[in-house]
Design a binder for this molecule. Sequence first.
Ligand code: KG4
Ligand code: ZN
Length: 336
Amino acid sequence: MNILGIETSCDETAIALVGCSGSLRRPQFKILKNLISSQIKVHQPFHGVVPNLAKREHIKNLPKILKKLKINNQELKRVVNYVAVTVGPGLEPALWTGINFAEELAKKLNKPLIGVNHMEGHVYSNWLDVKNKITFPAIALIVSGGHTILLKMESLTKWEKLGETLDDAAGEAFDKVARMLDLPYPGGPEISKLAEKGDPGKIKFPRPMLNKPNYQFSFSGLKTSVLYYLRDNPKTNKADVAASFQCAVVDVLVGKTMRAAKEYGAKSILLCGGVAANRALRNELKAKSSKLKAKFFAPAMDFNTDNAVMIAAAAYVNILIKKPKLKFEAQGDLTI
Ligand code: KG4
Ligand code: ZN
């Protein structure tokens, strides 16, 4: 079955055509086309994503990307079995552009349309590599620009949310601290680059909620500590600040994930979402997983940040389990 995935929840306009096969035990995905148009340059002067600019760019880029697939409507009609689109969570003006575009396209091609939860897309990005033999129970850490969520997974489709952030998401904290350090948006990749030149043990930033006996997260206090540190130490080495901040975030994320892995006897530990691109986080989680004799998985580098391949993959799983259809309207706060 071939699924055409469409993703516009934030600042990436993405369309992918994915060949999907296999059962829930072992779904398999073959990426036939994968196109992404990033809006980073448009939002950079504002140090963050401006929803109405995102909407304008998605409207402009969606037909352009569809053309770039180099498949005419006749051929699309022949090869596509389903059209899938992100309906939430995300920025509502941005989500609507994808939903409207997908509805029109599905009608034109006379194909069924599937609404997808963006966070499920991130989770399933760990199944894109056929070599990944993920076994259960698994603990999944989803770390993106808008969310930080810890899941206990009993199977591909059955999970329980153990905890999430009470305030800022991990990616959001990276982006805000980057701004304090005069680094461009998006801040995550910039901080991790700068951190390579710094000493992670130089500044003792707090590890919020690390020792609390729950699986909730909070990053806003850490962000404020960085702000005060920079105010009180204007001549500080920025690379040390970046490395020490990153180390604090990694300690909290890894500490809580490993505690959950131990408590629930996890056989696999999954990392996903934009912040999964962070090398320090990947390395630390991998090392700790191996100590626990659990297998560690993270998507290949191209599939951590937003893309449409993961949306097609999530749609396939939902088709297999005949999950009730999500409404075709932008659901900014949709939960997993
Ligand atoms: O999943 P994603 O593309 O979008 C959302 O669903 O939010 O995640 C984007 C987030 C941004 O906050 C970005 O700064 C962060 O992922 N990010 C990183 C890295 N690459 C992207 N954070 C830390 N280190 C990175 N290398
Ligand atoms: Zn995302």
